[in-house]
Every structure is written in C-alpha cells, then in structure tokens.
Design a protein around this ligand. Structure first.
Ligand code: FES
Length: 225
C-alpha cells in the first residue's frame, strides 16, 4: 500500500472509546470538528459536529439506537446517511428529506477509528498494521503544538516510521508506537500504543514519559509562522 493511498486517513480515536448506542466523542482532524459515535448496531460514525437545523453541536446530544439526537430541538438523524428521520415535537409530520447531517468517511483498523475528510472515499482502507499486532492502547496525549512539530520531536528522540503511519521508538525506555493526529493548526494528538501490559510498571513509566515529552514540546514551542 503506498503512502499516498493511505495519507488521507486520520487516526481520530481508539475504537474502544465508542460504545455501541451509547456515547458521543468529540474529535478533530485538520481543524474539522467531529462528532464520533457508534450506532447500536455497531457501525462507527464520523459526522460534522453541527446539527443542520440550527447548528448546535452534536456532541451535546445523545445516541438513540441507530440515530443521533440533537440536544436542542431533539431532531434525530440516521446512522449511515445522516438523514433527518424524526422531529419529536411533530410526531405526525414526515421528517424533511432535504435535511441531512454531514458525514465523513470512517473506517476501523488496528484498534483505531480513522476518518477521511476527502469528498470521495479513499482508494484503500486504513492500514491494518498501523501499529504492531498485539500491542495495547496506552493513552491519547493532547499537545499544544502543530503535528509537524510533534513528529519532529519524536524523530529527534529516535522514533522512526517502522509501521504505516506510525512512528515507533521508546519513551522512558518503554517501546511505543505513536499515531500523530493533525487536529488543528497548533494542536496535535498522539495516540500511543505499546507492548507493555495494561497496569504494568512499564505502562506507568510510559505515561510519565509521555507527559514529560508533552511538557518539553510545549515548552520549546516557538510562535509558528
Ligand atoms: S438545532 Fe438541532 S434540532 Fe434544532
């Protein structure tokens, strides 16, 4: 798989964060604000975080089976299409067919939810080997710096592109793979994976080292042009 064919996929959340028919997770990719959720039937969704009725954030709403319900007037939208399906205040009125939430391409691979903002579906799915098989999700690190600066900092610490889209190396002498998300111009997220067992001393060490890394990057942050 070429880098070009997968470069439009953004790692926006760990798959386990999205519970079927339950929670809504706020996400970002290249400045686009997202509402991430999973229908009761299990399909992961990545929607523009804006209700098409009066622009209230979907992340304030709730999941109702296979629909997302807006917090303001309660309009409900179908998973998969974003089509308005119900207006609870007018149960006898057909839902307007021209009201539709904006959806982005979403796919799951390697324990992550990936989103593409492209109009057309990417030619290839996200890579199943984006992180080494058998590794555990450690944490998301939110860093107040651009993604390029974060990648530079990881590279300076010996991280290398040993897996598609992931930088692999060690933090606090614990092996780690970093999926860097370009969230906003000066905000990046690092999704950290590791072979260390959850709850182990090595995992705790990695948490400490990750926080230290964030502190160093933000401390060195210079005004970006
Ligand atoms: S703003 Fe969402 S239903 Fe009215």
């Amino acid at each position: 798989m070429s880098t070009d064919s997968i470069s439009t996929w953004h790692p926006v959340a760990a798959s386990a964060e999205l519970r079927p028919g339950a929670n809504i997770v706020a996400g970002f990719a290249e400045g686009q604000e997202l509402a991430l959720w999973r229908s009761a039937s299990g399909a992961a969704q990545a929607w523009e975080n804006r209700c098409p009725h009066r622009s209230v954030r979907f992340t304030l709403g709730l999941v109702v089976q296979d629909r997302l319900a807006c917090a303001y007037h309660g309009w409900q939208y179908d998973a998969g299409s974003g089509q308005c399906a119900s207006i609870p205040a007018h149960p006898g009125m057909p839902a307007p067919r021209n009201v539709c939430a904006k959806l982005f391409h979403a796919a799951e691979a390697a324990g992550m939810l990936w989103v593409s903002l492209a109009a057309a579906a990417p030619p290839s799915p996200p890579p199943g080997n984006a992180v080494p098989a058998g590794w555990s999700f450690c944490r998301i690190l939110c860093v107040r710096a651009g993604a390029a600066r974060v990648r530079d900092a990881l590279t300076a610490r010996g991280f290398r592109a040993e897996a598609p889209l992931a930088l692999c190396g060690a933090l606090g002498e614990v092996d780690a793979a970093a999926l860097v998300l370009d969230a906003q111009p000066r905000l990046a997220f690092i999704h950290l994976w590791t072979p260390a067992a959850p709850g182990s001393d090595a995992m705790k060490k990695l948490h400490v080292a990750a926080r230290a890394l964030r502190g160093e990057i933000e401390e060195q942050q210079q005004p970006e042009a």
